[in-house]
Design a protein around this ligand. Structure first.
Ligand code: ADP
Ligand code: SF4
Length: 687
């Protein structure tokens, strides 16, 4: 039963000529699949419809071939060839009564056109402003270009309506859409009626919205998505945005707001709390009679209700919370708050777009596997036998495996050496900025504690002999991994020379409470979060930190989680001495020798201790012991033994939860031999 406090979240709300059944609004988000994996993307949205969202949007949809953002994979509405995929997605969104929104994008100064090879166009002559510093400039649009742009939008509105979409949203946020490029003095220094005053800079917005209303406004809502604050010289500020809304308060049917850059808007939990944009959005609703939607990584229904009751928002916008839990609205509606799988704010989902792979989610392993593998975030296929499974290790891998096997109805025992469940997540969530990561454990532990068919054994270290005595048919070894002490990772693939006189540390030591003191060299050849998080910790404990990495920037891979700039800023502000493009070559008794990654030139840093953040090795003793004694399996009734997660090959936490889920889906599946273990779509050949 729904808690009446949350009733307001389920009010129907009118958006122009259409009505959303509730206030849960899945704002546009990429998924790394886009035009390459249309059925996978459509099924992902269908599952959200099933989960109760009132409005569900596509990712950004490029309206014309003269502006596209290759290498990033989004959707397109260029011509009739794009219609089947877009229609399939709209149908999927409608399947459970959600309104289908389409985010129409013309990338302008943000689109390098690497694929179509068209000359990009924007408000003025300008290098393309994107992540990749492509050697391409946009040319300034003349009046005919602007007329063409309006015409291309009209074609897109008509097609989008024909494909079944209810809400047409013009994209002008995150620095990605041409509307923002026209609105901002940073990117619009025109001297004609489209530049200069705010009224002039907003002319294109006004024209495109009016055209949309004329074309499709009787049956479709017209929306605009704008940045709340563009930082930097002459950026489109929050004050100017409010002036704009003052000018055109009633022009769209709904105002949708996102923070200035994608990095600022989709901040990780390490840097941004829930509802981080509240100050920028408060008061805007009072400037217009039209509904307002905003985001803030909302997972708490109480916080959502406050946004509505305090008149800050009309719709609870969500991308990541809807990825982590597509059933968030239904769970609130059914009074199942404790079942919500809260987003941890890690941005692993974003990395799928940034790497043009297929997005994955740390919390929801079925994300983008709904169609490829038929996985579902809430349901599992039932057990096919009475096999009993022993899962050894309760880190993210073991917890996921136990939870998913439990959902299938199998009898499961989960044994864990420690008193506490969670493995690396339990340890890492105590590090600076990572507390939300504990949700990976909290959700799964909460779920399996309710399951009569899953037994949890704490302080229960399992050896091979125990396994032979216990009588399980299947054993999943999820015993995790251990950080290396020998300097081996990417730069050094052979151990480095280490003097026994130097106090040496690994992340495991630090998480066990064994801390270095004095001047510490952190050698980071891992390139994700651990090095910088430990630097923050050691500085807070009074250490002086020299941060050495062979990369040209700190935490290089975190470019993909949109964190790199903030991580480097934070370490600089905390006073860490940063030595990029260098590797530790040798560790002496009171110093380390570092080598330039380009020239090999050597330097020395005297220090009191060295923390190696390099690579990990699987804890695979149990697995190798069991494999070595295969001859004994039959007598003990053992049918299968498998190492999963970090115990097989260490990776980020999202890989661990995926490995646990996959084990539960597939451990009893029929052998498919060499067949591909997922469905895919291959472009049709044209004569
Ligand atoms: P993963 O990320 O793959 O889940 P973790 O390192 O987070 O790996 O978790 C592994 C868990 O397995 C840890 O909590 C550890 O205490 C536990 N573990 C390791 N070896 C054994 C064992 N032999 N018996 C029971 N638990 C074990
Ligand atoms: Fe949230 Fe991380 Fe999942 Fe993205 S990957 S939705 S940030 S839990």
């Amino acid at each position: 039963m729904r808690d009446p406090r949350y009733d307001v979240l389920f009010d129907p709300v009118k958006i122009g000529p259409v009505t959303a059944k509730n206030r849960f609004y899945q704002v546009p988000h990429c998924n790394g699949g886009g035009y390459r994996d249309p059925s996978a993307a459509a099924e992902m949205r269908r599952v959200k419809s099933e989960g109760g969202w009132g409005v569900i949007f596509t990712e950004q949809v490029e309206i014309h071939h003269s502006s596209e953002i290759t290498p990033f994979i989004e959707l397109r509405i260029w011509d009739e060839d794009d219609m089947p995929g877009l229609t399939k997605m709209a149908d999927a969104i409608h399947s459970n009564g959600a309104l289908a929104g389409i985010e129409l994008a013309y990338s302008g100064t943000n689109g390098p056109n690497l694929y179509t090879r068209e000359v990009p166009m924007g408000p003025m002559h300008s290098p393309i402003l994107t992540f990749t510093s492509d050697p391409v400039q946009a040319r300034a649009m003349d009046k005919e270009d602007i007329r063409n742009l309006r015409h291309w939008h009209k074609l897109a509105y008509r097609r989008a309506k024909r494909a079944g979409y209810d809400i047409m949203c013009l994209y002008g946020a995150h620095g990605f859409g041409i509307l923002q490029h026209f609105l901002s003095r940073r990117t619009n220094q025109r001297s004609d009626e489209y530049g200069g005053s705010l009224e002039n800079r907003a002319r294109l917005l006004k024209e495109l919205l009016s055209d949309a209303r004329d074309e499709v406004g009787q049956s479709c809502a017209v929306a605009v998505r704008l940045s709340l604050e563009e930082l930097g010289e002459q950026g489109f500020s929050n004050a100017e945005l409010r002036d704009l809304i003052g000018l055109h308060a009633e022009l769209p049917d709904i105002w949708d707001f996102a923070h200035g850059t994608w990095e600022a808007c989709s901040g990780t939990s390490r840097f941004k709390p829930e509802a981080a944009q509240e100050d920028l959005i408060r008061g805007i609703k009072q400037l217009t009679s039209k509904p307002v939607v905003g985001v803030g990584r909302f997972t708490s229904p109480d916080l959502m209700v406050r946004q509505i009751k305090q008149g800050i928002l009309d719709f609870i916008g969500a991308a990541r919370p809807s990825i982590a839990d597509p059933f968030l609205p239904n769970k609130i509606n059914e009074g199942r708050i404790e079942d919500i799988r809260e987003c941890i704010g890690c941005n692993i989902c974003v990395t799928g777009d940034m790497t043009q792979s297929l997005s994955r989610c740390t919390q929801n392993s079925s994300f983008m596997e709904e169609w490829r593998k038929g996985w579902h975030p809430e349901r599992m296929k039932p057990a096919t036998s009475s096999r009993k499974i022993l899962v050894v290790g309760a880190g993210p891998t073991g917890l996921s495996a136990a939870h998913r096997l439990g959902l299938r109805g199998y009898e499961v025992a989960l044994s864990e050496t420690s008193t506490e469940l969670g493995g690396r997540v339990a340890r890492e969530c105590r590090l600076p900025g990572l507390s939300a990561w504990g949700r990976v454990r909290n959700y799964r532990q909460g779920q399996i504690e309710k399951m009569a068919n899953v037994a949890i054994y704490r302080e229960s270290k399992i050896g091979a002999d125990d396994v032979f005595d216990l009588g399980f048919s299947d054993v999943a070894v999820a015993t995790g991994s251990t950080w290396r002490r020998d300097g081996v990772a990417r730069y050094h693939t052979l151990p480095i020379s280490i003097d026994a006189g130097m106090p040496m540390f690994t992340p495991d030591d630090v998480m066990d409470g064994k801390l270095p003191a004095g001047h510490v060299v952190i050698y980071d050849d891992d390139h994700y979060y651990m090095g910088s998080v430990l630097a923050e910790l050691l500085i807070s404990k009074g250490c002086r930190v020299s941060f050495v990495t062979p990369s040209t920037k700190i935490a290089e891979w975190s470019v993909n989680t949109l964190e790199q700039g903030q991580i480097q800023k934070r370490l600089l502000e905390l006073g860490a001495e940063i030595k990029t493009s260098h590797a530790v070559a040798e560790v002496g008794a009171g110093s380390v020798t570092i080598a330039c990654a380009y020239t090999g030139r050597l330097n020395e840093i005297s220090c009191d201790g060295v923390l190696l953040v390099t690579a990990r090795l699987p804890n695979d003793v149990l697995y190798t012991d069991l494999m070595a004694q295969k001859a004994r399996w039959a007598d003990s009734g053992i049918e299968s033994v498998k190492a999963i997660g970090d115990a097989q090959a260490p990776a980020a936490i999202a890989w661990a939860t995926y490995a646990g889920h996959r084990y539960a889906e597939e451990f009893d599946a029929t052998d498919i031999g060499d067949a591909l273990p997922f469905k895919r779509e291959v472009a049709g050949l044209r004569d």
